[in-house]
Design a protein around this ligand. Sequence first.
Ligand code: GLN
Length: 466
Amino acid sequence: MESQIHKIHQQLVNKEISCTQLVQEKLELLKQNTHNTVNSLLGRQALELAQKVDAKIANGEEIGLLEGIPFGIKDVYMVQGTYTTASSDLLKKYKSSYTATAIQKLLDAGAIPLVKENCDSFGHGSSSENTIFGAVKNAVNPTLVGGGSSGGSAVNVAKDYTVFSIGGDTGGSIRQPAGYNNVYGLKPTYGRISRYGIMAYASSTDCVGPIAKSIEDIRIVLNVMSGKDVKDQTTYKSETILKEAVLNADEIKTVGYFKNFIENDAIDADIKANFLASIEKIKAKGIEVKELDFFESDTLVSTYYTLAMAETASNLSRLDGTNYGNRIEGDNLKDTYSITRSDNFSEETKRRIVGGNQVLSQGFSDEIYLKGLNLRDQISENFEKDFKEVAIILSPVTPQAPPKIGDSLKDPLAMYLSDAYTVGFSLGQLPTLTVPQGTATGLQITAAKNNDELVLKFANFLKDTI
Ligand code: GLN
């Protein structure tokens, strides 16, 4: 699809539409909340901002590319003065006192936030059913899940309720819902975009990223949000990715894929056949395709969940009702902590806190946590070796089509295993993009660290190839 951002920008500049009218239309659609994508609307502020954009245009002033473009924000980002609930009972009434760096950069560029979007509570989930706001419904088939954890964001983009949305991806939460709803979703290289102001899930893999309908829109939003931030010591300075730079993929001569992802009992027969058919089309264009060896998906899933649970148990320990959240008084302080946390965290979040504290506890941490860290190092080494041989790794996004609403809640283990293809790239901190092509739930394009540009190049190549 063509760039929605460029299209709307031109319409605004040419006065074919007004920004107020555009924002009003989108707010109206969001208000109906047909797919449970909305946690809260930012209507009044959005309309005020839209009027300012219209006034500028009426005055003959120039407007920036993102000025007046309506977007959505997963409800785990701090935006000053807005409810920031993480879809949880604990923070149901919490309002942010500051704004996340990535979001501030978009506001500075003039983009207009419309909505805080439904998601799995604290990013814990793969279906956007673990939420107090009702399960997010899939954009294509509303009896299926919207995917998770950034389900509300992906569905809003797919339904054109927002032009783009900002999700968060710890183990696949941008890429998987993008795949389930046929849109683009990028997890950039870890550290390219500041995490300051996103609620921490697993800090060593948490990434901020855009969901949109075109590669160009992903590029535009990525550029605006990227950059070193003194408030996040893991950020680094990156070059702007130029529009022309991603149009030509001639430098990509070799692509690899993990044999054991495809030759596996867990993969759906159609996803497998369509993935292999895509590989044939790539070969037909003269690109060499190599089969690569990798860790079994079970190992990837268990390593990821061991580390993610440990980190989330530690990150969420600050939420005890003292400084934030819905405090419930008990007979004494200890009771107060205990009741506040027991009554306000979801089953899924509690499962992860209990599991994570077990992983970190004395007597277990050497055997479990340190082993997880060691495996993670081996996974990263494996990637480094692979990227000496191939420029791009291609994989399906998920082994199966989206489940029916209700199924994942009944079987958490099956839900964890559905992350088999996304979590490895998170552990490697690599840039990975879901494109809505190739299989029913899309394809993932991955490159070596800091090679986000190459990922976008290959996406453009794939758009014309398969
Ligand atoms: N589904 C994965 C999990 O539950 C990934 C979630 C995410 O990336 N936030 O941990």
